[in-house]
Design a protein around this ligand. Structure first.
Ligand code: FNR
Length: 371
C-alpha cells in the first residue's frame, strides 16, 4: 500500500555510484503496480532483457596516448545545438514516479543541457512544461484517431515552442504487457493524459471469445499509415522524426518521405516481444540509410559505454527511458539530473580511454572486433 512507500529523498545517497543503483531506491518509492508498469515489457520480456544484454556483449577497443586536449561532447542535430548526445525518452504519466512528474524531469534535463522528448501521455500541460525548459524540447506524438484533434494538438505544440515532433510508429496496438496486467495496474484517480482532453476516443472494443480480437476493430481500421505521415508533414513546419524503427526498409522510406530523423527503438521491449535488441538492429539500418537522415537509438542504455557503442554503430544520439524515472522516483529533479550526469561522465571516460576527442571520432573502429 502507499503507506509502505518511502518518500522521495532530498539528497542523493553517497553510495549511489551508477545509474543502476537507483533501481532499488525507486522501487521502494513506487506502488508495486506502478513499478510493474515502469519496469515491465511485453509478454515474456525477452526483448526487454535483450536490449541490455546486447550492449553488454559488445567490447571496446581502447587507445593510448591520443591527443585529448579541447575534447567535448557537443553535437548539432536538426540544426539544434546540444551539449551531449543523451536525451530523455518520452515516458508517460511521470507523476506515477514522483508528485512533480514531468515538471521535475524538464527542470533536470534543462539543467543538464539534455534534450527532452515530452510524451503525448504526459500528466501535465505541454505549455507548462515548455515554460519550464531552457534546453530544446521535442514532443512525442501519438497520432489520434481524431485527426482534427491531432492537427490542433500539433499547432499547440508548435505554438508552445517545441522544436520537433517525434511520431511513435511502433505501437498502433499495445503489446500484451503481462507483468503489468498481473499486477492489476490502473491509472490512479486524478492522473490522466491532460493534453488529450477533448479528443474523440474510439469506442471501446471487446470482442467476445471466438471473434477476431483485433481485426475488424476501429483500432486497426484507423491505424496510422505512410499516408498519414505525409498528411502530418503538411500540417506543420516542425521537423518530424519517426520513433520505433527497427527495419532498414522503414528507415530508408523515412528518408524518401523527407523526414528529419528516425529513432531506432523497440519501445523498451513493451510492444512486440522477441524483436531484436535495438543495438543489434542499428548497424544494418545505418548502412541502409547511409547518412541520409540522422539516427537516434533507445532501449537498454544504462552506461556511458552503451551511449558510446550506439554512436560507434551509427547513432547520433541516444534516449534514456526507465533510468530517468528511477532517478525521478528516488529524488525528483535532483535524481534525474544525477542520472543524466552519471551517463555523461561515463561517456566522457569511455571517449578519453578510446582516444576520442569528439563524438565524430567515435566510429566502428573503437569496437573490438576479435584479434
Ligand atoms: C515508455 N515509452 C514511451 N514511448 C512513447 O513514444 N510514448 C510514451 O508515452 C511512452 N511511455 C512509456 C512509459 C514507460 C513506463 C516506459 C518504460 C516506456 C518508451 C520509451 O520512450 C523508450 O522507447 C524506452 O523506454 C527506451 O527503453 P529504456 O531506456 O527504458 O530501456
Amino acid at each position: 500500500s502507499p503507506r509502505d512507500m518511502k518518500p522521495p529523498l532530498a539528497q542523493i545517497p553517497p553510495e549511489v555510484a551508477a545509474v543502476s543503483d537507483y533501481e532499488p531506491l525507486a522501487r521502494e518509492r513506487m506502488t508495486p503496480a506502478a513499478w510493474a508498469w515502469l519496469q515491465g515489457g511485453a509478454a515474456d520480456e525477452i526483448t526487454l532483457r535483450e536490449n541490455q544484454a546486447a550492449f553488454q556483449r559488445l567490447r571496446l577497443a581502447p587507445r593510448a596516448l591520443a591527443e585529448l586536449a579541447g575534447g567535448h561532447t557537443r553535437l548539432t542535430l536538426l540544426g539544434q545545438a546540444f551539449e551531449h548526445p543523451i536525451f530523455v525518452a518520452p515516458v508517460a504519466y511521470q507523476q506515477l514516479a514522483h508528485p512533480d512528474g514531468e515538471m521535475a524531469t524538464a527542470l533536470a534535463a534543462s539543467a543538464l543541457g539534455a534534450g527532452m522528448v515530452v510524451s503525448t501521455q504526459a500528466g501535465l500541460p505541454l505549455e507548462a512544461l515548455a515554460r519550464q525548459a531552457t534546453a530544446p524540447l521535442w514532443f512525442q506524438l501519438y497520432v489520434q484517431h481524431d485527426r482534427g484533434f491531432t492537427r490542433e494538438l500539433v499547432h499547440r505544440v508548435q505554438a508552445a515552442g517545441y522544436r520537433a515532433l517525434v511520431v511513435t510508429v511502433d505501437a498502433p496496438v499495445s503489446g500484451p504487457r503481462n507483468r503489468e496486467q498481473r499486477a492489476g495496474f490502473t491509472l490512479p484517480p486524478g492522473l490522466s493524459a491532460v493534453n488529450l482532453q477533448g479528443a474523440r476516443a474510439l469506442p471501446p472494443h471487446t470482442a467476445p471469445l471466438g471473434r477476431p480480437p483485433l481485426f475488424g476493430s476501429p483500432l486497426v481500421d484507423t491505424a496510422l499509415t505512410w499516408r498519414d505521415i505525409a498528411w502530418l508533414r503538411e500540417q506543420t513546419a516542425l521537423p518530424i522524426l519517426l520513433k520505433g524503427v527497427l527495419s532498414p526498409a522503414d528507415a530508408v522510406r523515412a528518408a524518401d518521405e523527407g523526414l528529419a530523423g528516425a529513432i531506432v527503438s523497440n519501445h523498451g521491449g513493451r510492444v512486440l516481444d522477441t524483436v531484436p535488441a535495438t543495438i543489434d538492429a542499428l548497424p544494418a539500418i545505418a548502412r541502409a540509410v547511409n547518412g541520409r537522415l540522422p539516427l537516434l537509438l533507445d532501449g537498454g542504455v544504462r552506461r556511458g559505454t552503451d551511449v558510446f557503442k550506439a554512436l560507434a554503430l551509427g547513432a547520433s544520439a541516444v534516449l534514456v527511458g526507465r533510468p530517468v524515472l528511477h532517478g525521478l522516483a528516488t529524488a525528483g529533479a535532483t535524481g534525474v539530473a544525477h542520472v543524466l550526469h552519471l551517463l555523461r561522465a561515463e561517456l566522457e571516460m569511455a571517449m578519453a580511454l578510446t582516444g576520442c576527442r569528439t563524438l565524430a571520432d567515435i566510429d566502428e573502429g573503437r569496437l573490438w572486433r576479435g584479434g
